[in-house]
Design a protein. Structure first.
Length: 233
């Protein structure tokens, strides 16, 4: 069964229909798994036989009386994601350390789900939003076997500038980012795309004009089409 330290809502195929694919949705800072599970009904018709799981992050949100976090953002400044990692200081380093600390818990959860459904990593896709994108990219590139793909909405790649040395797996990545995002600036998408390409990762990036920190219908359609291609039988 999935690792007991993470849990959250899910949407599974109708009773009696085997699970052939797994999509794990990773929410952003201050939200919880109930936030992104709302994407599952829009994706499920195009992905029959898919189990969608949306775990709550392991830590209570430090900045609010509700919601969860994957790691601390108490000193977060959006401007730091407009610059290359090697130019940044201790606050950014603590974010990188936070993602690394949360990664084993998420890895154990993914392994538990795959074991539960009798699936291999090539039947798994990760979909993240904001801080969830940071976690999805961190974990997917370091797993022993590549997953089918990663969708990252409104997020960023955290690292020390030496991604190629840390990369173990290279699943294809789709990045979608609002060009009016003031929480995670759109420049982060360009830096993430460049770093992934330099590490040998296949990546497509799409900016959504006028969109603030969120997911719109066109971005969701891009994600759906990507997942259908990557998880095709």
């Amino acid at each position: 069964m999935p690792d007991a330290s993470l849990f959250g809502p899910s949407l599974r195929p109708p009773e009696g229909e085997p699970v052939r694919r797994l999509v794990v949705l990773l929410h952003g800072y201050g939200a919880d798994g109930n936030d992104l599970i709302g994407l599952a009904p829009a994706l499920a018709p195009s992905l029959p036989g898919t189990a969608f799981h949306s775990p709550h992050a392991p830590l209570p949100c430090e900045m609010a009386p509700y919601g969860r976090q994957w790691f601390s953002l108490s000193a977060y400044d959006p401007d730091m994601l407009r610059r290359r990692p090697e130019t940044l200081g201790p606050v950014y380093a603590r974010m990188v350390e936070g993602a690394a600390a949360a990664a084993p818990v998420l890895d154990a959860y993914l392994d538990g789900l795959l074991d539960h459904y009798g699936l291999e990593d090539d039947r798994l896709a990760l979909v993240g939003f904001s801080q969830g994108t940071m976690m999805a990219l961190h974990v997917a590139l370091r797993r022993a076997r590549p997953c089918a793909g990663v969708v990252g909405f409104s997020g960023a790649l955290l690292g020390d500038g030496d991604l190629a040395a840390a990369t173990v797996s290279r699943p294809p990545v789709l990045l979608v980012h609002g060009l009016a995002d003031e929480v995670v600036p759109p420049e982060a998408m360009g830096l993430t795309e460049s770093a992934l390409r330099a590490a040998g990762v296949e990546v497509a990036a799409h900016g959504r004009p006028g969109l603030p920190h969120g997911i719109d219908d066109d971005g969701l359609a891009l994600a759906r089409d990507f997942l259908v291609r990557r998880l095709a039988d």
